[in-house]
Design a protein around this ligand. Structure first.
Ligand SMILES: Cc1cc2nc3c(=O)[nH]c(=O)nc-3n(C[C@H](O)[C@H](O)[C@H](O)COP(=O)(O)O)c2cc1C
Length: 358
């Protein structure tokens, strides 16, 4: 029996074996931004588990772009070299390899909650001065960000491009720009965090300027035959904030600049948001953007069941699903889903060590 969930999906020259993606998930497991054994096991097991695409967690484009001192980085060639064997291994398992590149903006310099709670000040262990469009903190317990000047803007553009080149050198086939969850690029989009009065703030066109400049610059160095994805927060879930209507305008502009897929998340802009989280709660955003912009979308957020995922695809709400926590619990979710749906699939059970060398 065939099912949409297990149909292949081709984007430019890249074909996913199914429509199941491992959503990017920070592992807070590097002391210096360099991937290690943990990443080989974590990412490798999800490739073995049968996902069509494995997206590596938000990799910081600069040291100050990390959320916490233990984030993964891609601001040095050594960091890219450490990712290369992991990418090569994942490819031997038949998965498409992807990485999300990111700058944490005003949400940088905080400690992951499970490591001890509250955000820390820049002078405390591992902290640094966060950057933002305006000197407005995410929360009163957060450091006030430095409102970015022309030099800061230029550096961020260059850092994104350099990170994209390194991702290519490491062997990744799909690149995702992180424009969601209140991090730097989302903070330029949202009027809540962006109160600039220059060309980078105010009107929607101005708020989109930096994200679009970066997209165009990255697309220029990311090979023509490889897909570029963007993750957005389709809404801030707050009146007067970023919303679906603006997301549609943004998605059209991203499409014009050669973006292939919108990965539709939401929230993260402000702790005041009330988010009606429930099964598939963000899927309507993927559906609206897919319909209104006419481009492929990925649905994410509390997708946990095979039939639920299949339904999202069959009803053409999205082109693929991304799972985070469910795939954290169970790297073999795709194999279980195939059994549940009665799909016969061939797995690359053999491992050729020679091919796992980058
Ligand atoms: C541990 C953890 C780390 C995450 N890290 C990232 C990240 O690096 N980039 C990102 O865009 N989203 C990140 N997310 C959000 C997930 O990608 C996903 O959008 C969210 O968890 C909702 O999907 P789920 O209900 O399947 O978990 C993270 C989520 C978790 C649980």
């Amino acid at each position: 029996m065939t099912h949409k969930l297990f149909s292949s999906w081709t984007l430019r020259s890249v074909t996913l074996r199914n429509r199941i993606c491992v959503a990017p998930m920070c592992q807070y497991s590097t002391p210096d931004g360099v991937a290690g054994d943990w990443h080989m096991v974590h990412l490798g097991s999800r490739a073995v588990g049968g996902a069509g695409l494995v997206m590596v967690e938000a990799a910081a484009i600069s040291p100050e772009g990390r959320i916490s001192p233990r984030d993964l980085g891609i601001w040095t060639d050594a960091q890219a070299r450490a990712l290369a064997p992991i990418v090569a291994f994942m490819k031997t398992q038949g998965t498409v390899t992807a990485i999300q590149i990111a700058h944490a903006g005003r949400k940088a310099s905080t400690r992951p909650p499970f490591l001890g709670g509250d955000p820390i000040a820049p002078d405390a262990e591992g902290g640094w001065e966060p950057l933002g469009p305006s000197a407005l903190p995410f929360h009163h317990s957060h450091t006030v960000p430095h409102a970015m000047d022309a030099q800061n803007l230029e550096k961020v553009r260059r850092d994104f491009v350099a990170a994209a080149r390194r991702a290519l050198a490491a062997g990744f086939e799909v690149l995702e720009l992180h424009m969601a969850h209140g991090y730097l690029l989302h903070s330029f989009l949202s009027p809540i965090s962006n109160q600039r009065t220059d060309d980078y703030g105010g009107s929607l066109e101005n708020r989109m300027r930096l994200p679009l400049e970066i997209t165009a610059a990255v697309r220029a160095v990311w090979p023509e035959d490889l897909p570029l994805w963007v993750r957005i927060s389709a809404t801030d879930w707050v009146r007067g904030g970023w919303d679906l209507e603006q997301s549609v305008v943004l998605a059209k502009a991203l499409k014009d600049r050669g973006v292939d897929v919108i990965d539709c998340s939401s929230g993260g802009m402000t702790p005041d948001a009330v988010i009606p989280a429930g099964p598939g709660f963000q899927t309507p955003f993927a559906s609206a953007i897919r319909q209104e912009v006419g481009m492929p979308t990925v649905a994410v957020g509390l997708i946990t069941e095979a039939m639920q995922a299949e339904h999202i695809l069959v009803t053409e709400q999205a082109d693929a699903v991304a799972l985070a926590r469910e795939l954290l619990r169970n790297p073999y979710w795709p194999l279980h889903a195939a059994r549940e749906l009665g799909v016969d699939i061939a797995w690359p059970v053999q491992y050729d060590r020679a091919k796992a060398r980058p």
